[in-house]
Design a protein around this ligand. Structure first.
Ligand code: GLC
Length: 639
């Protein structure tokens, strides 16, 4: 009996260790989404909706807010949890919403404020965050601020950038300097009644606001707060690096790139772009968002994503400057749009990825990769239609945030044959009938192809605002949902895969495997690794992964493109890690951990340990009860 009693404290100690050990028996840094410390915006996919072309609900040929609301369920099914909308505010539509005449009103052809509220409510019900486009650099010339400013109404005189003319040798009036508009021609427009020039970095109907005037800063802060109070999760900030110009108004130096003095490329924009004041403004907005988030902790962290086609170091400073001041949550990384194309080889892609990861600061920041938007040709046009799956695999399996444009889930193609008569994009109209195809953004803005009914199911109108790509009969969502293999199915599998903890927290390496193939791996101790392999050439490639994966283990196909010979679940062990990639094809594999315990197996062990704990506790109580009972008996015997 004594021997038995002595074992109880020892046993209790053992039990305490098992019960109190962190992670209930197995330590695991990453267990589930709710338990790791990645905030929503650090790993999400931002799906850009171009409202004018997404879904028309009232048959006027123009997409609208109720149309978007009706398709939110589709986004949810696809796995999208955050979307950013191109501008939906009141606008004369010279630049299709990027010329805003009232920052607090909804464009009537898109719907009403009630429609907006319904959209927000439905989105939140489905777990989708809505991010709006904030266009601070310029308003429309129809904004009341501009009208008041032109009339020199007190308080509004300096809302915009007004400058006296230069008088040349002939005594004629000239613009103050050689600055050009991004969209071609002088950046200065003469205003007859005010008798001054005003600055416009984009169309002349988009006058630049003057952020050296504190009243303008305040007015735009109020706009931000207005929409935050309506429940948006943040903003994509348009053309942010154009917000300040030097006050000295010096001529910009010639670039030597073109002899056309009206082209934006004629000069180097050292006095009109990327001025240090921009960073200060971005940091000011960050403060505003952070303050709002802490005052409204029930909502998600409110975030900003900034649009600036700028150098790496400038963008890295947007994240966090030398003093450690944080700015943009996500300074858009456009390098997949600007720095690689269908002629790039594996080294170009690897370099493209590495340079961002090297330059972006550490400590709570997230990488981001923009694969497309409404200003640039679609993936199918930049890399070729067969590259769609591989580019989506690349985008979705890299670490950090993916930014994707509506229609890319189907591999929609630019409609390059839009006639001059049907062309509406302002820069295309400016350069004229001969050159418009070189610059027009209409081809990537055509309506979403939902199905094979008229207008691709986008609208019931006789004519849509831009023609629907005639390939809609074959290339549409409904067909891709039905097909055994489709771009859409690859895309949704990628969205599903992104939920895995390894995709949020996995360490990252990337290497060229050959001139045409590169691979990267996400790995995390005790988890199966994810390996993505991309062939960027237009020829089939035989790849041997044994050098990249230095201790070859079992490889299993997770996601294969529509052209691939492989299927999900295929094991590559038998073929000595050699695999075939179709032209511009990709594969996503999992590399099963064999040396260490995989996360899946670890979960099983955890379950077993939990059950064992229950049994042990029961056993302990049983022993304690018996111990007490025995003691009583012993005592009874003593007395
Ligand atoms: C941004 C928008 C573009 C617009 C321009 C002027 O670059 O993405 O569509 O034309 O700003 O607002």
């Amino acid at each position: 009996m004594r021997a038995k009693l002595n074992r109880i404290p020892l046993f209790s100690l053992l039990l305490a260790v098992v019960v109190l050990y962190p992670g209930s028996g197995m330590s695991s840094l990453v267990k589930s989404e709710s338990e790791d410390f990645i905030d929503w915006w650090q790993h999400t996919v931002f799906y850009q909706i171009y409202p004018r072309s997404f879904k028309d609900s009232n048959g006027d040929g123009i997409g609208d807010l109720p149309g978007i609301t009706s398709k939110l369920q589709y986004l949810a099914e696809t796995g999208i949890t955050a979307t950013w909308l191109s501008p939906i505010f009141q606008s004369p539509m010279v630049d299709f919403g990027y010329d805003i005449s009232d920052y607090r009103k909804i464009q009537p052809e898109y719907g009403s404020m009630e429609d907006f509220q319904q959209l927000i409510d439905k989105a939140y019900e489905l777990g989708i965050k809505i991010v709006l486009d904030f266009v601070p650099n310029h308003s429309s010339d129809e904004h009341e601020w501009f009208k008041k400013s032109a009339a020199k109404e007190p308080g509004y005189e300096d809302y915009y950038v007004w400058v006296d003319p230069k008088i040349d040798e002939k005594g004629e009036r000239q613009p103050p300097n050689n600055w050009q508009s991004v969209f071609y021609g002088s950046a200065w427009e003469w205003h007859e009644s005010r008798q001054q020039y005003y600055l416009h970095q984009f169309t002349k109907e988009q006058p630049d606001l003057n952020y050296r005037n504190p009243a303008v800063v305040q007015a735009m802060d109020d706009v931000i707060l207005f929409w935050l109070n309506k429940g948006v999760a943040g903003f994509r900030i348009d053309a942010v690096n154009h917000m300040f110009e030097v006050e000295s108004l010096e001529d910009e130096p010639l670039s030597g790139k073109t002899t056309d003095p009206l082209s934006y490329d004629y000069t180097r924009h050292i006095y009109t772009k990327d001025l240090p004041e921009v960073l200060a403004m971005v940091q000011h907005w960050r403060q505003l968002l952070d303050d709002f988030s802490s005052k409204h902790p029930k909502g998600p962290t409110r975030i900003m994503m900034t649009e600036a086609y700028a150098g790496l170091t400038t963008l890295a400073d947007y994240y966090e400057d030398r003093q450690g001041v944080r700015g943009s949550h996500l300074p858009f990384n456009f390098h997949f749009i600007t720095d690689v194309n269908g002629d790039s080889d594996a080294r170009d892609f690897v370099y493209n990825v590495e340079k961002w990861l090297i330059y972006m600061p550490r400590g709570g920041h997230a990488a981001n990769w923009v694969m497309g938007n409404h200003d640039n040709p679609r993936v199918a046009s930049r890399f070729g239609p067969t590259a769609v799956d591989a580019m989506n695999m690349l985008l979705m399996t890299l670490p950090g945030v993916a930014v994707t444009y509506n229609g890319e889930e189907l591999g929609m193609q630019d409609y390059r044959d839009i006639s001059w008569e049907d062309t509406v994009d302002p820069p295309a109209r400016y350069v004229g009938e001969k050159l418009f195809k070189d610059v027009s953004r209409d081809p990537e803005r055509t309506p979403f192809q939902w199905n094979n009914t008229s207008n691709g199911g986008f609208s019931e109108a006789a004519k849509t605002w831009l023609p629907v790509h005639p390939n809609y009969k074959k290339l549409n969502l409904a067909a891709q949902k039905l097909a055994a293999k489709s771009h859409y199915k690859v895309y949704t599998s990628l969205m599903e895969l992104r939920k895995a903890a390894i995709m949020r927290r996995g360490r990252f390496i990337i290497e060229p495997i050959s001139r045409w193939v590169f691979a990267f791996k996400r790995s995390y101790t005790n988890f199966d690794s994810i390996v993505t392999i991309i062939n960027v050439s237009d020829k089939q490639q035989l790849v041997n992964l044994s050098e990249f994966l230095n201790q070859p283990k079992k490889l299993v196909v997770e996601i294969a493109g529509v052209e691939s010979a492989y299927e999900k679940g295929d094991s590559l062990l038998a073929v000595a890690f050699e695999l075939n990639l179709p032209p511009r094809g990709g594969l996503v594999l999992s590399e099963r951990c064999s040396t260490a315990m995989s996360a899946q197996r670890r979960n099983l062990v955890k379950q077993l340990i939990k059950s064992a704990q229950v049994v042990l506790v029961a056993f302990l109580f049983y022993n304690l009860w018996r111990h007490k009972w025995t003691k009583v008996k012993i005592n009874q015997q003593r007395f």
